[in-house]
Design a protein around this ligand. Structure first.
Ligand code: SAM
Ligand code: DTB
Ligand code: SF4
Length: 323
């Protein structure tokens, strides 16, 4: 059996992940906790603020997403934000204690041209503030990854979202292999990888474990792993999915922590519907980051005052800015 301080392994099997998932919750959390303590600063949480720099009208048909042009949701197509507005938002995020700033665009893929040039300027502005800069812009070609790296980008978010098997029932306009290709381009450009997924989209426990195995077996493992619970948005095909059991969220966090010991595991979308106690259990089980700010990309997130209270009441500390 692995020791808590064993280095990351890239040979996880579905059976091993399922065996962890079947453990009684407290045994699983105990294991995750040991791994967490062996690899991370005790009680330290990173605050990451999201900003949608290009909202809505996306040509992809992701069944979960309010920004897809295929679904009739309250989110409309909006023009791209200007570089000044993005700099101001990043400055506010920094003043509130965030150390990472992630810019999202509702694109299928990056296209060369003025909009991408503008994203490169945004990255430079965020870096000038001393923040970690992350982008999530859809699929990328190698030369585009290289340009992002040159602009100073630290991380690229590109989720595999669910298992290979379940992918087809969620998205028809691309396959999961295309996601893996972009992740490879990001890695080759020397940008760190942020990749995770969503639970609560009608997938089985096997699908969830298979997704984690796929992430854990990337070499090297993603530096950042966001675990989202579906935000059920009116007008999307998944609007009527049943909510997840809070213990299912905790289990996913614990598995991600055990399987990817060094990665930053992010307790991501879906916190609005999670009690404070359930969120604390996720942080106890190995999550060491939350999205901080009243909105995610287009949907509500807990208020920053609620998060300040969450962190303070548990005596957690917020990651300090880099000097
Ligand atoms: N268009 C780019 C892409 O798909 O990679 C970047 C933006 S996209 C909104 C980023 C991620 O947000 C998706 O991969 C998905 O994991 C997450 N997401 C979108 N809608 C969500 C929802 N309703 N609930 C939970 N996560 C969601
Ligand atoms: C991630 O895994 N979750 C964030 C971030 N990466 C970009 C996005 C969540 C979006 C939730 C739906 C919305 O607000 O539009
Ligand atoms: Fe577009 Fe990304 Fe939403 Fe899919 S998840 S519809 S690619 S914005």
């Amino acid at each position: 059996m692995d020791l808590p301080n064993s280095p990351p392994r890239g040979d996880w099997t579905l059976e091993q992940a399922l065996a962890l998932h079947e453990l009684p919750l407290f045994q699983l959390v105990d294991r995750a906790r040991e791994v967490h303590r062996a690899h991370h600063a005790e009680g330290e949480v990173q605050l990451c603020t999201l900003l949608s720099v290009k909202t809505g009208g996306c040509p992809e048909d992701c069944a979960y997403c309010p920004q897809s042009a295929h679904h009739d949701t309250a989110v409309g197509r909006e023009p791209m934000l200007g570089v000044d507005a993005v700099r101001d938002a990043a400055q506010r995020a920094k003043a509130r204690g965030a150390t990472r700033f992630c810019m999202g665009a509702a694109w299928r893929e990056v296209k060369d041209g003025p909009q991408f040039d503008s994203v490169l300027s945004m990255v430079k502005e965020v870096k000038a503030l001393g923040l970690e800069a992350c982008c999530t812009l859809g699929m990328l070609e190698p030369h585009q990854a290289a340009r992002l790296k040159e602009a100073g980008l630290d991380a690229y978010n590109h989720n595999i979202d669910t298992s290979r098997a379940h992918y087809k029932s969620i998205i028809s306009t691309r396959d999961q292999q295309q996601r893996m290709q972009t992740l490879a381009h990001v890695r080759n450009a020397g940008i760190t990888v942020c990749s995770g997924g969503i639970i609560g989209m009608g997938e089985s426990v096997e699908d969830r474990c298979a997704m984690l195995v796929q992430l854990a077996n990337l070499t090297p493992q993603p530096e950042s792993v966001p675990i989202n619970a579906l935000v059920r948005v009116k007008g999307t095909p998944l609007e009527s999915m049943p909510p997840i059991e809070p213990s299912e969220f905790v289990k996913m966090i614990a598995l991600a922590r055990i399987m990817m010991p060094k990665s930053r595991v992010r307790l991501s979308a879906g916190r609005k519907e999670l009690s404070k106690e359930a969120q604390l259990l996720c942080l106890y089980a190995g999550a060491n980051s939350v999205f901080y700010g009243d909105t995610l990309l287009t949907t509500p997130n807990p208020d920053t005052s609620e998060d300040d209270d969450l962190i303070q009441s548990a005596g957690l500390s917020v990651q300090a800015p880099a000097v």
